[in-house]
Design a protein around this ligand. Structure first.
Ligand code: NAD
Length: 495
């Protein structure tokens, strides 16, 4: 049984409630964790608040060294971390090895850019004055994260937050807390006590109390648009900073000049990666009529070739969905879309021969309309919906029509198509011919209902800092514009 991680050590909860973590591939229990309480959340935030002043004043070089040590420890622990990620989340282990490596690289990036970070020197408004800005940490950051990339989405928050001098309280998804607890002990155990804390539990039991907690200066959240909206409303009551990375229904356009073989394989990967449980999955695929037949045939071939199974097997391409609720939601979205007229070209149902867990077949639907659930709702599962469009104009117009704005993908070598699509489509990331590639040095985030704020890049560091303007007059003297104003009578124009 795993306890909470508070003040650099394992800590008991104020209650004795326990949650069993279930392997979504085998339905076997992996381990048990403490179900944290509002009191536990406050205890962690208090410890983090106590640790923050010292951590915030530590030279960036020293904080950077500790972050580099954490990156090294992650790489050394990659076998166990990736195994835990697969056991609790179902993702193929090869993808989880990548996830651990990306986390280590992210730590290294922020260890270095925080050393290099600077404010600005500003021309003063009068003689013998100096003006400049300095960057200060916010205080204690609550990092609330989802199940699909438990460590990566956490690292995009805590690496910059810690590098900037904040301390953190982490609330992992209640479905995938084990890798985070392991990370805290084995990779951040060398940090000063209280700088990094983990409280496991539900959104209501731990997440909401953290949002309301007076010790928390900023809530960095990744998850659904519904929960993100709720957090934004709550945080507004305290005028608290929020960074929200939310849902998306990203488009992927295949124009008529695309290499169909590459585009079909790329689109299939972009849709079925992590069983479709990716915020930036290609959830609406538009293909131009002239190449549609060829593209759809190759896409279906790719979908049918995906090996579904337990993520611990080295030849598994796609694992299960995270839970029974998630599987049933996806089944319902497919059923309602088929009832509305969608045609199934591959899959279409859950898979019982892949194991006892929550497996769904990679599914390809055509003849879908924008109003069908598989297009109008975020489908967090392996369901590809393909829409054939007349030409590039129609493709761009339809791709751009969305309440969301997380990412967008296109396949083309036509500069005019690429530039028009880039201009018309609202999205935090726009990918051309290489879907879903992230870069630690480039900002990531959403527009519209996909969120606010940016992670990664310099923007991701600034998300966890305040800017202070410092004004210095190095010759103290009485100013002519102070009281009494009678001295300024001559300046008054006649009325
Ligand atoms: P979720 O919103 O259900 O949960 C996310 C986290 O919020 C969990 O830790 C949960 O316990 C917590 N939570 C739930 N209710 C809360 C509340 N009232 N107050 C505070 N915290 C609360 O999301 P999920 O099902 O874990 O993940 C899937 C969703 O996340 C999808 O919509 C997906 O698009 C989105 N997502 C977005 C990004 C991105 O970068 N934009 C990345 C990954 C996933």
């Amino acid at each position: 049984m795993k306890q909470l991680w508070i003040g650099g050590q394992w800590a008991k909860s104020s209650k004795s409630d326990v949650r069993s973590i279930i392997n979504p591939a085998t339905l076997e229990p992996v381990d048990e964790v403490t179900e944290g309480t509002p009191e536990d959340a406050h205890r962690a935030s208090s410890v983090a608040a106590e640790a923050q002043p010292h951590w915030g004043k530590m030279p960036a070089l020293e904080r950077g060294k500790l972050l580099h040590d954490a990156a090294r420890a992650m790489r050394e622990d990659r076998a166990i971390l990736s195994r835990l990620l697969t056991l609790e989340g179902g993702k193929p282990r090869i993808e989880n090895l990548d996830e651990v490596e990306w986390c280590a690289a992210c730590l290294e990036y922020y260890a270095e850019i925080a050393r290099n970070s600077h404010g600005s020197s500003i021309p003063p408004v009068a003689e013998h004055q100096i003006n400049f800005t300095i960057k200060e940490p916010l205080g204690v950051v609550a990092a609330i994260v989802p199940f699909n990339y438990p460590l990566l989405l956490l690292m995009w928050k805590i690496a910059p937050a810690l590098a900037a001098g904040n301390t953190v309280v982490i609330k992992p998804s209640e479905l995938t807390p084990l890798s985070t607890l392991r990370l805290a002990e084995t990779c951040f155990g060398h940090f000063p006590k209280g700088v990094l804390n983990v409280v496991t539990g539900t959104g209501q039991g731990v997440g909401e109390p953290l949002v309301d907690d007076p010790n928390i200066a900023c809530v960095a959240f990744t998850g659904s648009t519904a929960v993100g909206t709720r957090i934004a409303v709550r945080a507004a009551q305290h005028l608290k900073r929020v960074n929200l990375e939310l849902g998306g229904i990203d488009p992927l356009i295949v124009f008529e000049d695309a290499d169909v073989e590459v585009a079909a394989a790329g689109a299939a990967w972009a849709r079925f990666l992590n069983a479709g449980q990716v915020c930036t999955s290609a959830k609406r695929i538009y293909v131009v009529e002239a190449i549609a037949k060829d593209f759809v045939a190759r896409f279906v071939e790719n979908a049918k070739a995906i090996k579904v199974g337990n993520g611990m097997d080295a030849d598994t391409d796609m694992g299960p969905l995270i839970s029974k609720v998630a599987l049933e939601r996806v089944e319902d979205q497919v059923e309602r879309s088929v009832a509305a007229g969608a045609k199934i070209l591959a899959g279409g149902a859950r898979l019982s021969n892949a194991g006892p867990g929550y497996f769904h077949a990679p599914t390809v639907l055509t003849e879908v309309k924008e109003s069908f659930p598989v297009v109008s709702e975020e489908v967090f599962g392996p369901i590809a919906s393909i829409q054939v469009v007349k030409d590039a104009d129609e493709a761009i117009k339809r791709a751009a029509k969305s309440e969301y704005g997380l990412g967008a993908n296109i396949y083309t070598s036509n500069l005019s198509y690429a530039m028009r699509a880039m201009t018309e489509i609202k999205a935090g990331t726009f990918w051309v011919n290489d879907p879903l590639t992230d870069n630690d040095a480039a900002p990531f985030g959403g527009m519209r209902k996909s969120g606010m704020g940016r992670e990664l890049g310099e923007e991701g560091l600034d998300a966890f800092r305040e800017t202070k303007h410092v004004h210095i007059d190095y010759i103290p003297e009485k100013k002519g514009y102070w009281f009494p104003y009678k001295n300024r009578k001559a300046e008054m124009p006649d009325c």
